[in-house]
Each structure stands twice: as structure tokens, then as C-alpha cells.
Ligand binder design. Structure first.
Ligand code: 6PG
Length: 263
């Protein structure tokens, strides 16, 4: 196995099976967290990929299997737009999931990325993380599960190649200027991502096949990608890949989960 071997890679030929397995395991993980420490702290990803996964999670049987009153929803990153803007990750999550499950507003922590006072907004979100999440032994807020998509340039959340966020280890939330987008983004930083008990990376488009193979060490150049540094210290990293996104992973390295496979 390549250097990045601590990741569990789940590859699915059938999209619906992938989505249902994702929901089944997310519910199991959430209920286990609630049993262990009374709540399930979940950070949602933005982008196009998670939509079908969120919609299915909001349907029977999964919506009835999670104690939503003990779930706390945060975001991995957000665009600097109002919450009703079509580019907002919060809007996407609200439409596809949050408005369809019995969650109180107090349990949803939108990233205030539209606040022009970036320092105030980042401090406020850090305070919410510290208030709502358990802290790990380093005093870093620890999610039970962080969901991430991955960009074709290897970015995760809004930690883009060459940006300040790739170097930030002294903060938990920050505003990051992304020159290639000509835009600011608000994002969790590596210390928080890597303090999580579980980090799941979702990639379903064929366009992600090269970045997935590089990030998993099957093609060269993975170690310069932002995603390379997502290594939960005490947690488990799982890649959820469609067969299209896994197309450049050598067949002998591809294992397909059987039945109720553990993640
Ligand atoms: C965002 C996301 C970002 C996303 C990747 C993949 O705000 O856009 O948080 O990190 O996960 O860009 O996006 P797609 O799922 O649309 O390919």
C-alpha cells in the first residue's frame, strides 16, 4: 500500500448503494457518538457532490434513526455570500437536508462568512466550536465527523493550494483569500480537521480520478496537495469513491466493501 495507507478507501460501482451505505454508516457513527458523549458534532461540506447524500439522509429510514435533537451541525467552509445566495454552502445544506429533518435552529451553526468583519466572524465561530464540541488533549475542538469534498486541485474545505490556510496551524477558523477565485472564503483549518474522530472524503465525479489517485499515493505529486495533510491524528480517514472517481487506482488496490463493512 502507498505511503498514505492509513486511509480506508470504499469504492462503489453503484451510486445508490454508495449513498445508502454512507447514510447507514453516518447514522451508526452518529448514534455511537450520542451514546458516548451525548451529542453528534458533524461538519458538513459544500460543493455539488454531497447533495444526493444529504437528500437521502433526510429520507426514511435514516431520518428516523438519528436523534436529531442531539446533533450539532457545523460547516467546513463557506463562501462570503449571504445565507440565501445560491453559492452558499449553508443554503445547499438547508435545502437538501436541514429543512427536512427535526433539527432546531439552535443546533445549526452557520458560518458567518458574509460578516465584513472577518476577525470578529472567525472568533465567533471558534467560540461556538469550543462551546459545543469536546476538546481533544491539545485543547482543539474535536468533531465526531467531518465531511469533505475534494477539488480537482486537491483543495479541501477552502484550503486551496498556495494559500495562507495551508500554513495556518495556530487558528481553528480563518478567512482565506483564494487568488484563483478572486474571492475570500471562511474555512476550518487543519488543526480542527485533524482533531476529528472521523473524516470522510467524498468524490463521485470522473473528474476527481486523478486527484484521488495522487492523494492516495497511486500517482506522483500527492504530497504537495492540501488534501495530503488531512490526517486525523487519533481518528479514522475514509474515502468514499464512485468507481468513476477511483478509475486511476490500480485494480489490485481497490477493495469493494462487502455488506455491513466497518468504516
Ligand atoms: C466548497 C467546498 C469545497 C468542495 C470542493 C469539491 O465550498 O466548494 O467546501 O471544498 O468540497 O470544491 O466540490 P464539488 O463537490 O462541487 O466537486
Amino acid at each position: 500500500m502507498p505511503e498514505y495507507a492509513n486511509a480506508r478507501v470504499l469504492i462503489y460501482d453503484n451510486r445508490q448503494e454508495m449513498i445508502d451505505a454512507f447514510c447507514r454508516h453516518l447514522v451508526e457513527l452518529g448514534q455511537d457518538a450520542i451514546r458516548r458523549h451525548g451529542r453528534f458534532a458533524l461538519a458538513l461540506t459544500g460543493g455539488r457532490t454531497p447533495g444526493p447524500f444529504y437528500e437521502r439522509l433526510a429520507e426514511k429510514p435514516y431520518r428516523d434513526q438519528l436523534e436529531w435533537s442531539n446533533v450539532r451541525i457545523f460547516f467546513g467552509d463557506e463562501r462570503c455570500v449571504p445565507p440565501d445566495d445560491d453559492a452558499s454552502n449553508y443554503k445547499l445544506a438547508r435545502e437538501r437536508l436541514l429543512s427536512r429533518v427535526p433539527l432546531s435552529e439552535k443546533s445549526i451553526f452557520r458560518m458567518p462568512a458574509d460578516d465584513p468583519d472577518h476577525a470578529r466572524a472567525a472568533r465567533a465561530y471558534e467560540a461556538a466550536l469550543e462551546r459545543e464540541l469536546n476538546l481533544n488533549t491539545l485543547g482543539i475542538p474535536a468533531f465526531d465527523l467531518v465531511l469533505l469534498g475534494v477539488g480537482e486541485d486537491g483543495h479541501i474545505a477552502s484550503i486551496f493550494p498556495g494559500t495562507e490556510a495551508t500554513r495556518a496551524r495556530d487558528r481553528h477558523v480563518m478567512f482565506n483569500h483564494v487568488e484563483k477565485l478572486g474571492a475570500w472564503r471562511m474555512t476550518l483549518t487543519y488543526p480542527v480537521l485533524n482533531a476529528a474522530r472521523h473524516v470522510w472524503i467524498l468524490a463521485t465525479d470522473a473528474g476527481k480520478r486523478e486527484i484521488a489517485a495522487r492523494a492516495l499515493g497511486h500517482l506522483p505529486g500527492g504530497n504537495v496537495l492540501p488534501i495530503w495533510h488531512v490526517r486525523p491524528a487519533d481518528g479514522r480517514l475514509v474515502w468514499w469513491l464512485s468507481s468513476e472517481a477511483a478509475a486511476l487506482i490500480p485494480p489490485e488496490e481497490q477493495d469493494r466493501p462487502e455488506g455491513e463493512d466497518e468504516v
